[in-house]
Ligand binder design. Sequence first.
Ligand SMILES: Nc1ncnc2c1ncn2[C@@H]1O[C@H](COP(=O)(O)OP(=O)(O)OP(=O)(O)O)[C@@H](O)[C@H]1O
Ligand SMILES: [Mg+2]
Length: 334
Amino acid sequence: MDYAISAEGLVKRFGETTAIDGVDLAVRTGTVFGLLGPNGAGKTTAVRILATLLQPDEGHATVGGYDVVRDAHQVRQLIGLTGQYAAVDETLTGAENLLLIGRLLNVSKREARQRAKELLTSFQLEEAADRPAKTYSGGMRRRLDLAASLVGRPRLLYLDEPTTGLDPRSRLELWELVRGLVADGVTVLLTTQYLEEADSLANEIAVVDHGKVIASGTPADLKARTGAQSLVVKPLIDTDLNRVLSVVSAITGSSPSVEGQVITAAVTDPAVLPNVVRRLDQEDIAISELSLRGSSLDEVFLSLTGRTADEKTSSPGTGTAADTETETTEEVAV
Ligand SMILES: Nc1ncnc2c1ncn2[C@@H]1O[C@H](COP(=O)(O)OP(=O)(O)OP(=O)(O)O)[C@@H](O)[C@H]1O
Ligand SMILES: [Mg+2]
């Protein structure tokens, strides 16, 4: 099989913090691979290693067959990177930003202008092309950022939380743009905190937590493992809580979580809903809330790790590590 990215045993430490702790990845050419995980999981660190902006302490990785440490220069020719924080120059206009990158990539003035125009059109930024980027909305900025990473027509694109902070419509628009790139044969490595985003875009997902891959597979695999949906039940009378709990565990076969009077259980088979209703009715238990909804990342986490994504069980070392970091910290458009 043809892998655009392959990594084995990547480890990166910042002082006391082990940001990534033995990560293996294999991303097939022409697909979208999603790194899904909560804040601090190590997603950006992994992306920066694969983008040659950081060197791993252990393990190795290749991108397009080139080693990210030894052949960093070749790797940079292949990739485009849209960092977690917008990298465009605020004082320049959209067009100027794209032109500048074209020039940095050593293409002729005419070609750079042509490419900028093309990108501004396909990213619906034509009208804003001559306005300083600081006047752009969040969604426009993200599009400009994405356009900036595409100036050099990369075969591989790294998107680090591309839709964080976007409204639902801008998010959908960005997803469409990404799908278009994939249809053109671009391989995409995407990091996200949203299960829904990984689900919608990625062919394969690796769930990362505390620097480790804790589950991986296709979205369908993961959902089958973790429960695609969550059943939410709340008894009308508080004292019925335990009875409801035992009905829910018996029928879903999972261990529900309880918050106040609300019971939540991961379910893979929507047929549990009528079964729960029937059983509660048979046992004469009144319910004030009963619903089935899509699982959030938190619930996937809960189901995989027994804790929620923001619950800090073994919180990695704090602050002090920052000054031990010597490599470049700028996210450059490559
Ligand atoms: N340059 C650095 N110096 C010190 N510690 C760092 C540095 N970069 C990352 N870390 C630490 O490594 C861990 C992983 O961070 P990373 O940025 O990779 O997480 P992330 O999954 O991208 O999180 P987020 O969703 O918040 O972007 C965190 O504990 C973070 O504090
Ligand atoms: Mg990050």
